[in-house]
Design a protein around this ligand. Structure first.
Ligand code: ADQ
Length: 493
């Protein structure tokens, strides 16, 4: 199995120099307080985001605060402090009603579907909105004593949109940033949310608001222009009640170097060999997703079914392995998609399978990251076709795990944030079974020369704009105290 090409490595060396430089600047950096719904500090087996935030907290000090995932009879605000691999964490338990209304309710039954353009699934309940507000007040109240005057505070994702305002109400004057990990919906969809303008306005208490792509940022600006009384004073700059808020398009990456190393590890090799031998010469198409309706799994199965029907001569030479661990099982729409997918996989397998071949292997469980890396590497095609996705890290992981001498082909939804960084993937409309079928056929027939060219162009960006790049870029924007419009640097995603 080969190494990354020299030009990609050159980009990486540039990054390492930058990392070395920034570690020299450590003395000048403020402590970081990260606030997110769930806390997953540590390293090793964690995802890229946890690795990057943990590294920053380790280097500059600070703390990661969030919900413990535990339920308590009555909310007390008692903080559970821990230190994991040199990273300080602080977590708090929530009441059952908070979990129902804030987490299962407003976060996952209102905002998640709405922000993924699924107003057909979004549920608008006053009790959810009330629970969301209450939980955010409780988070603010609890984290307040942990914030020191020179700290920079970084709030993550849609669970905590109003947290910045709650902190300001309690006298916090620090720099506070917010990063949204999911898409920002078009204005006319967002307008269906009762009190949408009031919710969006709470974001003006942050100093920097980050999105993965310019498209999500533009949708946000569109809503602000139409519905809110704020002044747009420069490119990606808003002024509101004497405050200046900077908008940033800053795509998250993966821990690319670690992932590439993982793909060559013992465990990855074992997974690779196991999968390859089970294929007996067939080509593997792999999909890896949380079981979520935004990931387009039903449409993916239908696209693959179309491919099987349209290509009888090659259909027996491929296998689709879909790895999809269940998530958010307490929410009904997630239970529905689970049973619908089981039905679809059963129908397609029933119609097409033979004595020695089953077209879909549908696996409902999670795997360690090094095993996943081996599976990605064994796959001739990575099929990543969400209907809507803020970014999508699986696309980047698939690319990073490939063998440079024999890389597979990434088929990617044009509606994933990642598509704006990966023009050399085969971009498809996930709603079109025909486009998906055509892309699979094209990927299977693609010459090794074209596969290498496309992969090289794609992996370059995955390595250069990795998760540390994301973190440093956002942090630089957050640390920049006064920002005149002409000084604004826009990062095009
Ligand atoms: P997610 O919706 O969770 O993240 P994604 O970006 O694809 O989506 O990340 C999923 C992560 O879970 C990947 O690292 C993947 O390897 C892992 N994973 C998935 N299935 C797994 C399995 N079976 N076993 C083990 N690991 C598995 C949200 C947004 C995205 C955005 C990220 C980060 O919805 O759009 O990219 O946050 O900002």
């Amino acid at each position: 199995m080969g190494q990354l090409p020299a030009d990609v490595l050159a980009g990486r060396h540039h990054q390492l120099r930058r990392a070395a430089k920034s570690s020299l600047d450590v003395g000048k950096m403020s402590r970081l307080v990260v606030i997110s719904n769930r806390v997953s500090a540590g390293g090793g087996a964690q995802g890229g985001l946890a690795v990057a935030l943990s590294a920053a907290l380790r280097a500059n000090g600070g703390i990661w605060f969030g919900w413990s995932g535990e339920v308590t009879e009555q909310f007390t605000g008692h903080i559970n402090f821990q230190r994991t691999d040199g990273v300080a964490t602080a977590t708090v338990d929530l009441e059952e009603q908070d979990v129902e209304e804030y987490y299962n309710g407003y976060a996952n039954r209102t905002l998640w579907p709405l922000f993924h353009y699924r107003i057909d699934l979004a549920e608008y309940e006053r009790s959810f909105a009330g629970g969301y507000e209450r939980a955010n007040q409780r988070f603010a109240e609890t984290v307040l004593p942990l914030i020191e005057s020179e700290d920079v505070v970084w709030v993550q994702d849609y669970h905590m949109i109003p947290l910045g305002r709650e902190l300001r109400k309690r006298g916090i004057a620090n720099r506070i940033g917010f990063f949204l990990h999911i898409p920002w919906p078009p204005r006319r969809l967002l307008a269906t949310l009762p009190e949408a303008a009031a919710l969006v306005e709470t974001l003006f208490d942050y100093d920097v608001i980050g999105f993965h792509t310019q498209e999500w940022l533009d949708s946000f600006l569109d809503f602000v222009k139409a519905e809110l009384d704020a002044e747009i004073v420069g490119e990606n700059l808003i002024r509101w009640q004497g405050r200046t808020i900077r908008l940033l398009a800053c795509p998250i990456g993966i821990d690319a170097r670690a992932f590439e190393d993982m793909a060559r590890s013992q465990k990855a090799r074992r997974a690779y060999e196991k999968v390859r031998s089970s294929l007996v010469g067939r080509s593997l198409i792999v999909g890896v997703d949380r079981l979520d309706y935004s990931k387009g799994l039903e449409e993916r199965f239908l696209g693959y079914e179309r491919f099987l029907e349209e290509n009888p001569e090659v259909r027996k030479s491929v296998v689709l392995m879909q790895i999809a661990p269940p998530s958010r099982g307490a929410v009904e729409s997630y239970q529905r998609i689970r049973s619908s997918l089981e039905g679809l996989a059963g129908r397609i397998n029933g119609a097409h399978a033979g004595l020695d071949w089953v077209p879909i292997r549908y696996v409902n469980q999670g795997y360690p990251r090094d095993v996943l890396a081996g599976v990605y590497r064994a796959a001739r095609i990575g099929l990543v076709t969400p209907l809507r996705d803020g970014m999508n890290l699986v696309a980047k992981e698939y690319v990073a795990a490939q063998d440079p001498e024999d890389p597979g082909v990434l088929i990617l939804s044009r509606f994933a944030g990642a598509a704006s960084q990966m023009p050399q993937a085969l971009l498809v409309n996930p709603y079109s079974a025909e486009e998906m079928s055509d892309a699979i056929r094209r990927a299977l027939a693609m010459s090794i020369h074209e596969r290498k060219e496309r992969w090289k162009a794609t992996v370059q960006d995955v390595v250069e704009r990795d998760v540390m790049w994301w973190l440093e870029t956002f942090r630089d924007a957050l640390e920049q105290k006064e920002s005149a419009p002409e000084e604004i640097i826009t990062i095009k995603a």
